[in-house]
Design a protein around this ligand. Structure first.
Ligand code: BT5
Length: 262
């Protein structure tokens, strides 16, 4: 299993800004923290940090991201774009879509997007996105997009055994991490440009890959669970959930602690 290298990733990379600078680290606590440190030093839009291993990889809401050495892709991307506040959920959505495109291009599988930030294959989690943002001007203009993608894990420990998967498990063989990483950077490059463009095309594309439209789900919000059928799902506006009594409830992505199919 060879280590990722900036040189190999950058050779033949067809991207405008994403991956303009690539840092490949060995072991870090979290690549998101590394990217924040680079942001403070003034690193440009499109800077990426990869790590072979994370000792404190994080998910949303203080959860952890299992990041064993050399097996997955753990990367964070620095984005310096001023995005209107109402479009902030779109950053997670375009990152998830980029993951779908990259996995399709490099491994021939088409994951589904489980709203708001998971990629799943055969109902199991393949990847997760963690977007963090800060304001320097009056709108959010600095984002770190963290992406964890399971590539060559052969098995998962404990509670992940039943819920996680990797490209290797799904394909039945090892997958070249460099090829997947390069495809991901190229897809993120297109996706991040779309953040500032018209909404309808990106909405349509995202909805085509959304797993939960019309499905029965259980959503945890503010520590409570509610169940219902997904009447509508949108990368910006979130979910319209039809509760068993017929009432329709709107749920925004940032309020979703966990979402499961039932
Ligand atoms: C996420 O959080 O899915 C976002 C994960 C982002 C990880 C990347 S790695 C590079 C960058 N640096 C970081 O420190 N983070 C980002 P969330 O929706 O909260 O999901 C977390 C849940 O997914 C956990 O509670 C587990 O149930 C499950 N999980 C943890 N590790 C996993 C893995 N490797 N594969 C599949 N599921 C996992």
């Amino acid at each position: 299993m060879s280590a990722l290298s900036a040189k190999a990733l950058q050779s033949r990379l067809r991207a405008r800004t994403i991956g303009c600078r690539i840092h490949c680290k060995d072991r870090v606590a979290s690549t998101n923290d590394e990217a924040w440190a680079l942001a403070v030093e003034g690193a440009p839009d499109g800077t990426c940090v990869f790590a072979e291993e994370q000792t404190g990889g994080r998910g949303r809401l203080g959860r952890t991201w299992h990041s064993p050495r050399g097996a997955g892709l753990y990367l964070s991307l620095l984005l310096r774009r001023a995005i209107p506040l109402e479009r902030v959920p779109l950053v997670t959505a375009v990152a998830a879509l980029a993951g779908v495109e990259a996995v399709e291009a490099a491994a021939g599988l088409v994951p589904r997007i489980r709203f708001p930030n998971d990629l799943v294959v055969n109902g199991r989690k393949l990847a997760g996105v963690l977007v963090e943002s800060r304001f320097i001007s009056s709108r959010p203009d600095l984002f770190i997009i963290g992406f964890g993608l399971n590539v060559n894990q052969g098995e998962f420990p404990g509670e992940l055994r039943e819920i996680a998967t990797s490209l290797r498990i799904e394909k039945g063989g090892e997958v070249d991490r460099t090829a997947v990483a390069r495809a991901l950077l190229e897809a993120l490059d297109r996706g991040c440009d779309a953040l500032e463009g018209p909404l309808p095309p990106i909405r349509r594309l995202w909805r085509r890959h959304a797993e939960i439209l019309g499905r029965d789900v259980r959503v945890r919000l503010n520590g409570k669970s509610i169940s219902g059928r997904v009447d509508e799902v949108d990368p910006v506006d979130g979910l319209l959930l039809r509760l068993p009594g017929g009432e329709v409830r709107s749920v925004r992505s940032e309020h979703v602690e966990r979402l499961e199919l039932v």
